[in-house]
Write a protein of this length. Sequence first.
Length: 205
Amino acid sequence: MKILITAGPTREKIDPVRFISNHSSGRMGYALAQAALDAGHKVTLISGPVSISAPEGADLINVISAAEMAESVKKHAPEAHAVIMCAAVADYRPAHPLDSKMKKQSGNLVLELERTEDILATLGKNKRPGQLLIGFAAETDDLEKNAVDKLRRKNLDWIAANAVSDGFGTLTNRVTLFHRSGKKTVLPLGRKSDVARDILKEVLS
Ligand code: PMT
């Protein structure tokens, strides 16, 4: 199978030296890419800026911003049998990024943010028959409720729910998988390589 996997954070430019981002390390997405390669699949890995090495054998595409990730995912998704969106894509970006370094002023600063495209929701709208769409949900509260809501809203086949405290920027993760049919699969806390293997086994079976 051809599997498209996204990983890592995105960076949204404020000015040439500042950006908005998050703590995603890319490890979960890279572990999924490695597990997919180990299982004999062809992998395209679209990655935000991370400091780990990509698995050998993956077609690596480096992107920085949510807009670049959206463009790359939409280009490669049509040929993928399965798309796994593990990246922590920014939901907002500065509405007016500057080309010169912003000068400090007295008093507070209000930054206007605008929505980025919801890449997964776009894929869900244009899903071709037979294509598997798998999302992730990282939550601090109401993990199951929020994850299932995203599964339905974005027209996904599966969603992998993880608590922010369990998986964001960490070496290990604890994931619960929810299928559109209502099936729920609880995976044990483990190294991301083991969790990735278990996720693929379940969603591709
Ligand atoms: O990188 P690590 O340190 O290993 O951490 C892994 C992880 C915690 C980042 C990963 O397991 C994870 O949960 N990734 C999704 C994090 C997230 O931001 O989820 P979300 O609930 O905001 O988004 C839901 C889904 O929509 C995700 O599949 C996301 O990729 C996708 N999305 C979100 C925003 C957006 N603009 N476009 C999207 O496609």
